[in-house]
Design a binder for this molecule. Structure first.
Ligand code: MTE
Length: 325
């Protein structure tokens, strides 16, 4: 199995993760005898829907290798309780506490994903088969919401670039579109079209999707994703505002047309396609220069591309980021 090494300059997850959580997880992973994580996922574990403490037992994700994580010394992990109880997931309601309260009836098992559009290997497959060829990596990233709050989350996921390569987009494909499941019986917010037009749609330019920072996350804090965080699989592009990180994905489409992402459809004067974190371009109703890290009292300065300029700046060279927001 290929093990990706974190860059030397980045702190190891063991240096950042609260020690007790980290040790518990590593002890468990050692105990499982390193079963292939993707094969185990979805078969052996209880759903973690509304838990507000790390379950600490019976995790399905292993082995998890250290991936490219980049956060600073002033970026301690946001506690699991906050990560899993302060959410945006309008399919379960518009309040920050609605997802954890309403996501219990949602059952993400079994799960199928369809990959279609301009690619050589389209198909519909179970989540286990979708994940099987890929390594599960831990990636500790800052998450910056367009509403000017932020968190630091230890995700578990697979490289989106590897996924793209596997399905072989053809030369005409320029974008990747993602779609969230529609399941009104289990997602109370979807019973009203006044909240958002369903399904929730997001998209990336193909070269953005190929950037090594982009992952499809299937877990956090070493455990399967709780329903409220986008079980069983969601996008995570840490240099973009959080609304790009679409949850509970059922469809991935390679296309030559720029996807019309949900928030841009809702309010094109407020939300764009790119949604790159940019302290110099304010939202029409509030400044983006500063942010409130969940748990902090004082606001802190927002970093260009959420601190990932070195990794992603090239993607936007020559673009007018005031116009193409
Ligand atoms: N995905 C779907 N399907 N529906 C949503 O409402 N909200 C987005 C994003 N993904 C959303 C979604 C927004 S606005 C943010 S900030 C992040 O999810 C929040 O992720 P979190 O709840 O795990 O912190």
């Amino acid at each position: 199995m290929l093990i990706r090494m974190a860059r030397k300059s980045t702190p190891k997850s063991s240096e950042i993760t609260p020690k007790d959580v980290y040790l518990n997880r590593r002890r468990f992973i050692a105990g499982t005898g390193l079963i292939a994580g993707s094969a185990a996922l979805g078969l052996n574990s209880a759903p973690v829907s509304a838990a507000v403490e790390p379950p600490g037992a019976n995790p399905a994700l292993s082995p998890i290798v250290d991936g490219y994580s980049k956060v600073g010394a002033d970026d301690p992990l946001t506690p699991y309780t906050d990560v899993t109880s302060y959410n945006n997931f309008y399919e379960f309601g518009t309040g920050k506490g609605d997802p954890v309260e309403n996501a219990g009836p949602f059952n993400p098992k079994p799960w199928e994903i369809t990959v279609d559009g301009m690619c050589a290997n389209p198909g519909t497959m179970g989540l286990e088969d979708f994940l099987k060829p890929h390594d599960l990596e831990e990636r500790i990233y800052r998450l910056r919401c367009v509403e000017a709050w932020s968190m630091v989350v230890p995700w578990v996921g697979i490289s989106l670039a590897d996924v793209v390569k596997r399905f072989e987009p053809n030369g005409s494909a320029k974008y990747v579109q993602f779609e969230t499941i529609v399941r009104k019986e289990e997602m109370v917010g979807q019973r009203s079209r006044r909240i958002l037009p369903w399904p929730y749609i997001e998209g990336l330019r193909l070269d953005e999707a190929m950037n090594p920072l982009a992952i499809l996350a299937v877990g956090l804090y070493g455990e399967e994703l709780p329903n409220q965080n986008g079980a069983p699989i969601r996008l995570m592009t840490p240099w973009k505002y959080g609304f790009k990180s679409i949850k509970s994905i059922v469809k991935i489409t390679f296309t030559d047309k720029k996807p019309k992402n949900t928030w841009q459809v809702m309010a094109s004067n407020e939300y764009g396609f790119y949604a790159n974190v940019n302290p110099g371009v304010d939202h029409p109703r509030w400044s983006q220069a500063r942010e409130r890290r969940i748990g902090d009292f004082l606001r802190r300065e927002t970093l260009m591309f959420n601190g990932y300029e070195e990794e992603v700046g090239e993607l936007y060279a020559g673009m007018n980021l005031r116009k193409e927001y």
